[in-house]
Design a protein around this ligand. Structure first.
Ligand code: FHN
Length: 453
């Protein structure tokens, strides 16, 4: 028997007596430079580099700690004497030749998956750059692959009309004497001096970010740090301001994220960045008014890890996307390509399943904003920017005879299932809208209903 589920009328219904049909109002809080980001909602994050070759295993030993394959340089032999000697790690440079890399294939997979922007680790913590950097020789031109991978990806993004951005590790850089090491006790005697870090900052970090911003013209940067940065002496507020102004002087519309200085996350200081980045796979349970995103993995590791089989289902990842969109946020879903440049089969399968669902239901995600309605128990709600359309995502739909949407007093014009156009019976009552649910389920166990007012 289906459980009847009524949502208590929210207290807002008695409070907010707005004129007109919708008690809600158009919610386009975007600034001119972030509206494309908020409209996009869904992007591809790529972790690829030298670390993609060992893929989580070094000399037959699976890396310990958090199984982030891109950390193998520092996590091998953790915790006693962590790290692989640079000379030994740099043997990977001679092996780096992703013969199956095809920029157009990567970007078309992203596009077919319904992703509206592309983000790649231009330089991760190991300090190795995926472009022909003039600022530092530790880059892809020194490998058998030789080609400028970022340039090929930028060309493919432009061909496929895909916005793109660069992840850049501004704090940790294990390829430069002055770059910071992981803030671990075991390494405190090996950390660079402030003078050495300043040299890294002025001779590698700022010049490389300048190169990327001026020669590759990204729409956004994704700088990476996290809680410990509050306790480290290197990336000071002055340096963060300097890095922000370095980018903004070249392109003031290029977006910058809050993980440039994590202690600013959700704090008063977040006014100096354009969007908030949550922690890894952190999906907030409430709406956030400033543009924001969660970066998440399809399995566990960001870089390809040959022993990481903890793949999430497409249905689960779709709910993460819907949850974030209904709370005003984006979802940047990560792929860790294998050392030869191909996406793992398990990733491709999930990308295509998600893309098929978005082909039919994307209207309820893209160009929407969070609805100023208390989150219902039956699922999630987004609304059109003009406030005249609601999109209802009913999770586990077969459990409900009808659902209640609070805070609407005028009769809806129509209520239809996006997947098949079926018109549902909807009636205004008790300062809300009751919608009778069909007695069948739809794809991915999520019924999406478009309600026009
Ligand atoms: O240490 C990195 C990690 O390798 C990965 O790049 C993630 C992505 O959000 N950021 C840092 C850990 O939070």
């Amino acid at each position: 028997m289906k459980r009847r589920d009524f949502i208590k009328t929210t207290s807002l219904a008695s409070g907010m007596m707005l004129m007109g049909g919708l008690d809600t109002f158009a919610l386009d809080s975007s600034s001119p430079i972030t509206s494309w980001f908020e409209d996009s909602r869904f992007g591809m994050f790529i972790h690829f580099g030298l670390y993609s070759i060992p893929a989580g295993e070094w000399k037959g030993k699976i890396m310990p700690r958090n199984w982030y394959a891109e950390w193998i340089r520092m996590q091998h032999n953790w915790p006693n004497n962590p790290g692989i000697a640079k000379k030994e790690y740099d043997e990977l440079i001679k092996q780096f030749n992703p013969t199956n890399f095809d920029a157009r294939q990567w970007i078309s997979e992203a596009k077919d998956a319904g992703m509206k922007y592309f983000l790649i680790t231009s330089k991760h913590h190991d300090g190795f750059a995926l472009w022909h950097s003039k600022a530092d020789d530790y880059n892809i031109s020194k490998t058998p692959f030789e080609r400028d991978m970022l340039r090929e990806l930028v060309d493919a993004c432009n061909e496929f009309d895909m916005k793109y951005g660069f992840y850049y590790s501004h704090w940790l850089d294990w390829g430069h004497k002055g770059g910071a090491l992981p803030p671990w006790d075991q390494l405190k005697d090996k950390q660079p001096s402030q003078k050495e870090f300043d040299k890294y900052w002025n001779q590698k970090c700022l010049p490389q970010v300048r190169e990327l911003a001026s020669e590759y013209k990204p729409s956004f940067f994704w700088f990476d740090s996290w809680s410990e940065i509050a306790d480290q002496p290197y990336v000071t507020e002055a340096k963060i301001d300097e890095l922000i102004s370095t980018v903004k002087r070249i392109d003031k519309s290029c977006l910058i994220n809050s993980r440039i200085g994590t202690k600013w996350l959700h704090s008063k200081k977040d006014s100096v960045v354009d969007y908030l980045s949550m922690g890894d796979n952190e999906f907030p349970k409430k709406a956030i008014s400033k543009p924001w995103e969660t970066s998440g993995t399809m399995n566990h590791s960001w870089g390809f890890h040959k022993h990481d089989f903890h793949w999430k289902s497409s249905a689960d990842m779709l709910r993460l996307l819907i949850d974030n969109a209904s709370r005003g946020g984006n979802f940047q879903l990560n792929i860790g390509p294998m050392g030869d440049g191909q996406f793992p089969t398990a990733s491709i399968k999930r990308l295509r399943e998600i893309g098929a669902w978005l082909d039919v239901n994307g209207e309820a995600i893209y160009n929407t904003r969070r609805a100023e309605i208390r989150e219902p128990k039956w699922g999630r709600i987004t609304q059109s920017k003009d406030g005249n359309t609601l999109y209802l995502f009913v999770y586990n739909p077969l459990e409900y005879d009808e659902i209640f949407v609070p805070r609407f007093r005028r009769e809806p014009q129509s209520a239809t299932i996006l997947e098949n156009g079926q018109t549902l019976v909807a009636r205004a009552f008790n300062r809300g809208t009751y919608i009778e649910m069909p007695d069948y389920g739809v794809d991915q166990n999520i019924t999406v209903i478009k309600v026009k007012y």
